[in-house]
Design a protein around this ligand. Structure first.
Ligand SMILES: [Fe+2]
Ligand SMILES: [Fe+2]
Length: 223
């Protein structure tokens, strides 16, 4: 998940740099974006060091997923882009808070998570504020397109968080293990718990509504 985090941070940095170059680069808005990129650079370096020290190989995301992330950075900035950011940041945030609190977790891992939770807090507030600011200004059709793209991204993002090689490394058949995990009600409950606050926020913000959208969020086990 830490390796996955690095890829997600890189995609987010692309978006933030686009926010800067797309408008007036001297505004407070742009300065905030610079600050967030700096935060992400710093803790992505920390993640890399943590993985290196752990002696566990990085679980690199599949090529198709990297291509998808690159594609996402070409899309116009809107509620779906910030919603996608929240999808990664808020889901992982909930899990990381548990890791920080759990005394059975190795101390360095706990500290890495603690530092990340602290630095992410303002990122989450910013992305939420951007979603809330952008949605009311959008026309019906573009908003529906943003809603749908975010809902399409949800199952992919959730599925990619745990790399199949994680199962292989403990002697399980990745395909079978993933299938078993996905059918496990406890796994599904955990995912719903991770997404609880985000889903409530996005629903209230008008980013989760309609039959198709809700079905896709259910497919990601977040609803
Ligand atoms: Fe981060
Ligand atoms: Fe962040």
């Amino acid at each position: 998940m830490t390796t996955f985090g690095i890829y997600a941070e890189v995609a987010l940095m692309h978006l933030l740099l686009k926010v800067i170059s797309g408008g007036d680069p001297t505004t407070r808005h742009a300065q905030y974006a610079f600050t967030e990129v700096a935060d992400e650079c710093r803790h992505s370096t920390m993640f890399g060091r943590g993985i290196e020290k752990s002696g566990v190989p990085p679980y690199r995301v599949p090529l198709w997923f990297r291509a998808l992330l690159n594609l996402a950075t070409l899309l116009p900035i809107g509620p779906a882009t910030y919603g996608g950011t929240l999808l990664v940041e808020e889901l992982l945030d909930r899990l990381q808070r548990e890791l920080v609190a759990d005394e059975n977790v190795q101390p360095h891992i706990r500290m890495i998570n603690k530092i990340h939770v602290l630095e992410e807090a303002r990122h989450i507030s910013f992305a939420r504020a951007e979603v809330a600011r952008m949605v009311p200004k959008m026309r019906r059709l573009p908003l529906a397109a943003h809603r749908l793209s975010l809902a399409l991204a949800a199952p992919f993002l959730v599925r990619t968080m745990i790399h199949p090689d994680v199962y292989r490394s403990v002697g399980l058949d990745p395909r079978q293990a993933r299938k078993t995990a996905r059918a496990n009600p406890h796994h599904q409950r955990s995912l719903r718990w991770m997404g609880e606050r985000l889903v409530a926020f996005l629903t209230e913000a008008g980013m989760i509504q309609g039959v198709v959208t809700r079905a896709l969020w259910r497919r990601a086990y977040l609803l």
